[in-house]
Design a protein around this ligand. Sequence first.
Ligand code: FAD
Length: 303
Amino acid sequence: MTNFTRDFFIGLSNNKFLNEHARRWGFRFGADKFVAGTTIEDVIHTIRKLNMWGISCTIDNLGEFVSEKAEALKAKEQIIAILEAIYNENLDCHLSVKLTQLGLDIEQEFCVDNMREILDKARQYDVFVNIDMEDYAHYIQTLDVLKALRAKYDNVGTVIQSYLYRTEDDLEELKNVRLRLVKGAYKEREEIAYQTKEEIDREYILIAKKRLLGDAFTSLATHDHHIINELLHFIRENNISKDKFEFQMLYGFRREMQYDIAQKGYNFCTYIPFGNDWFGYFMRRLAERPQNMNLVMKDVFYS
Ligand code: FAD
């Protein structure tokens, strides 16, 4: 994909007007291939099916960059309702949350309070909560919030992005934290992030190997079979125990590969987004993979 096309979709993903209006449109452009419905009931159905295949899940109640306290509080209530559903339905599932959905842009302490309520409930139900990493503008705040929460909770972790130069240095401080490793989905400046696939992949593999040799649990989140194969080779060569890591992919991507990895006895977790706030998430998926545009075309021409 050209940088122009990628930047175009990332630009759309940040567009407030389109994000707000898309909530009222319902799913469009084939977004339903990547978003597991709009209600908790829809998602429970999907998770049950995946659990039957030996795949665990992480749920993301879609939404980000919230600027009103009432909206952030509503999101917190929805997330707590998801926790209740995970517990009541006995699902093999944890939570993924975005701090800007819980008020990070409004006031950091307000966001921390919302997270505390979520983590209290999650601890009661023995559910892990992962904080997604958003764009670099929120990076330092996200690590600050994590640090504040880790003082009281051990059922919380976050995400590291291999495209950031500083990730390797930050690893030391995060060495005891459960982390998800990703390449990074936002457009970041050359001053702070690697720009080429070769550099980002090289860093991903380097960081993954360091984490696999360390003590804390790591979620290796990628659809890149070259990287997965190299890491599987490394895991076997170094006798790394299967309970120290899992592979993760997004809902709707490389389904056969997801089942295949789980069938081989590795821990596998599918990231399941749901809700009406699908636009920003879906645009970032288009930015990553031009082939996803085929779905958009089919939807436009055949619906
Ligand atoms: P890419 O670099 O997109 O693809 C590499 C190669 O893999 C491709 O060239 C192709 O050969 C193959 N490939 C990829 N997809 C397919 C496919 N569908 N079918 C066939 N071949 C394919 N980003 C963040 O910034 N913050 C987060 O919190 C975050 N959470 C994430 C959670 C999960 C579970 C995942 C999987 C990703 C997350 N991301 C997050 C997004 C991530 O940063 C990347 O933008 C995204 O995963 C694309 O990179 P990739 O590693 O999948 O491989």
